[in-house]
Design a protein around this ligand. Structure first.
Ligand code: URA
Length: 435
């Protein structure tokens, strides 16, 4: 009966009280509020929206549906970064150890890839032995010992989100800022980090297609987090072209390792600069120091190998063997190279098309149960703005299981490249800062 009154209220566009939201989510988590009533509320929220206070209450109720971590016993502040997901997005592999090397503990519960969006856990699992499914106790241990851990979110974290997301997926209620905000934030708040930095992406390779939508989500996540007493900031970033050169899993880990090894040399590349900026925001917020100071510290720790050492220590603590990973990279795979058919400048590399081809090769999942080929993927030979001639290599497609489909995938990948006679205007990955 109470559930029905709450549904009537939201359908009429009225704001729900904190206790009403909490009772609804608690009842749903315990199985006392049936799926059809939760779905009806999700649809009413989609159509009527929520105030920032309601969104914060929804997030808080979802966070409290499961385990909430506490890091107050650590001698250093904590921070985490969340990305809304992209193509070639290996940034967490660089950012998290970099922030940790600057004296910030990074408890990072991460995800697996679905669709064109890659998952950090899948990438890390290409390192032989790496355990990306730690128990919460083991996760706490690695964070305390190494200062950074990246593992898949366990079932104890936000069970309400898991149940609600499954309903949203089949009831046309995914596209709602308060619901997306509640879903992402509840998981991040449950992690217990003092400071949160969001990389909210827009463009053809992102969940949010327009800059305006991404900005709206970024503002909602930052404001709700601040309202809940957490430090937060966001960057709204362009995801129209793949990040870096590698799109896949093992090849992305290799690229991230290369950045950690040669950070100073690669600092001018746009995705490396974005990684440094996100890590700097984490360090600045968590340690309450000016952004310029945090940026200088990040540059120093990237250049002197401290960030690399943190990454190596995390991999070791989670059972991974980087030497085996690097020797496995030498094993042959099936390859197909594509070349430019005309002269000019690369004016665009469509992230969505690139992501789809990588997924078709086996680098990603169409459905959650699909298996990943760790060596499948694409390595770009050029970036937007590069000059090319007829025959200049554009990219190499790889897969390890069998060569079937490589030629068709290569033809599809050709469609991702735009070659123009004029050099395109320089592109800035960071469109906006929300602080
Ligand atoms: N990612 C999430 O975790 N939840 C959403 O609702 C959308 C994207």
């Amino acid at each position: 009966m109470i559930a029905k009154l709450i549904l009537d209220k939201k359908r009429e566009g009225r704001a729900l009280g904190s206790a009403e939201i909490r009772e609804f989510i608690d009842g749903f988590t315990r199985g006392e509020i049936p799926d059809y009533q939760m779905s009806a509320l999700a649809m009413a929220v989609c159509c009527r929206g929520m105030t920032p206070r309601e969104t914060a209450d929804l997030t808080d109720a979802m966070m409290r549906s499961g385990a909430c971590l506490d890091w107050r016993h650590l001698p250093v502040p904590t921070a985490d970064k969340h990305s809304t997901g992209g193509v070639g997005d290996k940034l967490s592999l660089i950012i998290q150890p970099l922030a940790a090397s600057c004296g910030v503990a990074v408890p990072s519960l991460t995800g697996r890839g679905l669709g064109i969006t890659g998952g950090t856990a899948d990438k890390l699992e290409t390192i032989p032995g790496y355990n990306a499914s730690l128990s919460l106790d083991a996760f706490r241990d690695v964070v305390a010992k190494v200062g950074v851990s990246m593992t898949v979110q366990t079932a104890e974290i936000c069970p309400a989100d898991k149940k609600l997301y499954a309903l949203r997926d089949v009831t046309g209620t995914v596209a709602s800022i308060p619901l997306i905000c509640g879903s992402i934030l509840s998981k991040k708040w449950a992690e217990g980090a003092d400071a949160l930095v969001f990389d909210v992406k827009f463009g053809c390779g992102a969940f949010m297609k327009t800059r305006e939508e991404a900005r709206e989500l970024a503002v909602a996540m930052v404001e709700s987090s601040k309202a809940a007493g957490r430090k937060a900031a966001a960057l709204v970033t362009d995801m129209n072209a793949p990040l870096g050169y590698a799109v896949g899993n093992a090849n992305e880990v290799a690229e991230a390792l290369d950045v950690l090894r040669r950070g100073e040399e690669r600092a001018g590349e746009d995705f490396v600069a974005l990684s440094i900026e996100l890590a700097s925001l984490m360090v600045s917020l968590a340690k309450s120091i000016p952004l310029d100071e945090a940026r200088a510290l990040c540059m120093e720790k990237l250049a002197d190998g401290s960030a690399l050492s943190r990454f190596e220590a995390m991999v070791k603590a989670q059972g991974g063997d980087l030497a085996k990973f690097e020797s496995a990279l030498e094993r042959p795979v099936f390859k197909f190279r594509i070349q430019s058919m005309r002269s000019g400048y690369v004016s665009g590399i469509d992230a969505e098309k690139t992501g789809r081809v990588a997924m078709s090769l086996g680098a990603g999942r169409m459905v959650a149960t699909d298996k990943i080929d760790p060596r499948a993927g694409i390595t770009l030979s050029v970036k937007t703005g590069d000059r090319v001639s007829i025959g200049t290599p554009l990219a190499t497609l790889e897969k390890s299981v069998c060569p079937d489909g490589l030629e068709h995938a290569a033809a599809e990948l050709m469609k991702a490249f735009s070659i123009a006679s004029e050099s395109p205007p320089p592109r800035n990955l960071i469109a906006e800062r929300i602080v």
